[in-house]
Design a protein around this ligand. Sequence first.
Ligand SMILES: Nc1ncnc2c1ncn2[C@@H]1O[C@H](COP(=O)(O)OP(=O)(O)OP(=O)(O)O)[C@@H](O)[C@H]1O
Ligand SMILES: O=C(O)c1ccc[n+]([C@@H]2O[C@H](COP(=O)([O-])O)[C@@H](O)[C@H]2O)c1
Length: 210
Amino acid sequence: MKAHPGRFGDGRRQRIGLLGGSFNPAHAGHAHVALAALRALRLDQVWLMVSPGNPLKPARGMAPFAQRLASARGVARDGRLLATDIEQRLGSRYTCQTLALLRRRFPRARFVLILGADNLTQLPRWRRWREIARTTPLAVLPRPGYSRAALRGRAASVLRHRRRRAAALHASRWTAGAPWCFVPAAERAISATAIRAASAGAGLPNEPTK
Ligand SMILES: Nc1ncnc2c1ncn2[C@@H]1O[C@H](COP(=O)(O)OP(=O)(O)OP(=O)(O)O)[C@@H](O)[C@H]1O
Ligand SMILES: O=C(O)c1ccc[n+]([C@@H]2O[C@H](COP(=O)([O-])O)[C@@H](O)[C@H]2O)c1
């Protein structure tokens, strides 16, 4: 797996999907959304970008970073998926800052931000979310119990004029703001919260609780 994106021999810039997350722990749903986005958007790689600490989640119950990174590595079995600690190495916790730093560090890559539907609903609470959506194409993946509400939510409403089909996300040049899409994919009812709850119920030691 090539960790440093550049240009291909044909001059095309590499397309990198960024699936940011806590991965507390990582699970099959992460690999599923990463691969669904990769196929639908014809991406070259998807990075499972482990967050040093989601600014909207409490630190209590969050497993150590190294444990979450190892967990993300465990689900990144496909050679096109890469679990990475780059956000921690960049010293950033806010996605707007991470994206700016990544663009500076990898000027020849084209980044797409991948979100589950639950995070599209939450997007208006992120720092400088309108700037993120204006500068970075977004790919939203369905999630049981969230998809419908997300597509009727505030972010989808504010950004409605820039919604495109997944296959068209790379097709057009955009100057007035980046496009976004809802990727049609199977829903997977799996979450880190449920995994932690099951571990706690089984009385497993050293498992973080929410
Ligand atoms: N089953 C799933 N379907 C769609 N998207 C998912 C799924 N699981 C995780 N995601 C998305 O992956 C990204 C990282 O998710 P995260 O690491 O927080 O896992 P989670 O299962 O949502 O965790 P938690 O239950 O602790 O909130 C988010 O954008 C989230 O929406
Ligand atoms: O930048 C923000 O304000 C912001 C607020 C909440 C979440 N995020 C990012 O959203 C991604 C998903 O987080 P999580 O915890 O739901 O897996 C992860 O990359 C977080 O850093 C970012």
